[in-house]
Design a binder for this molecule. Sequence first.
Ligand code: C2E
Ligand code: CA
Ligand code: CA
Ligand code: CA
Length: 275
Amino acid sequence: AKVGGRNQLRFFDPSMTRDLVRKKEIETELRSAILRDELSIFFQPIVDLKTGRIRTFEALVRWFHPEKGELRPDEFIPVAEETGVIITLGNWITAQAAKAAAQWPDDVTLAVNLSPLQIRAPGAALGILNALRDAGLPPHRLELEVTESLFMDDSENTARFMQELSAAGVNFALDDFGTGYSSLGYINNFPFKKIKVDRSFVSGPHIGRKSDAIIRAVAEMGSTLEMEIVAEGLETVEQVQAVSAAGCTLGQGYYFSRAVPDFLAAMLLAQERDG
Ligand code: C2E
Ligand code: CA
Ligand code: CA
Ligand code: CA
């Protein structure tokens, strides 16, 4: 082939080749990363905005690559989803996180992110319950964070999955709220206990007038429907005050803490209970 029109140029774009090579590399290496002990789970606190106490830790995966250094989940989770590696990876994450959480006080819950592909595997719900049993974590202490993308392909299967786990006591949170479409339908039809308002609503040093009105409306709906509203991405005291005033009950973000390793999470909890 020769370099002809504009459209063909992209075949020779070196940055695109680099992206493909990098993706292929990530796929291959991700498969062995678990065995080589390169992945670990970090925990970010979700704080009660009234009392300041930690109510939940969200499990966030980290990959410490021997050559590439620390890789962010945004770099490898999408690859894991495209290649199906997310199923193995997701099982591992749930099992590891549940083991750590079983050491925390009874009133502290664990939040785990779930990719759509993970629930399509047959026996997915049972697999999660088995992982909890093995770790000694009661189902009511697990919250699964899902996004609206979960409902795109097979909402019947999704409904069955959620019903099965809800019946066992597992709770669900709707993640990245406000970034997708028809969210209200999902809230109406599926058993969500929490809504996490996406951090794009609180970005910047202050909260804009529009975002503030939206957060207020969501918080109002939350209190009527007895759902908790989590404000994500809180970085400044002004943001914390604004979302509290708007009626959010829970907050998460660098203002409180970044995601930390399991021993630090346990230390934060111990500190809280001492003083
Ligand atoms: P997410 O579920 O929305 O997680 C919140 C992300 O926001 C985390 O990024 C967290 O570190 C970051 N964050 C928290 N507070 C702040 C803040 O105050 N300011 C800013 N700028 N960022 C904040 P992280 O850990 O890089 O994860 C990115 C995404 O990757 C997650 O978004 C989630 O969609 C996905 N992910 C992470 N861990 C897992 C996992 O174990 N399984 C699955 N399926 N997805 C995961
Ligand atoms: Ca999340
Ligand atoms: Ca989120
Ligand atoms: Ca996200």
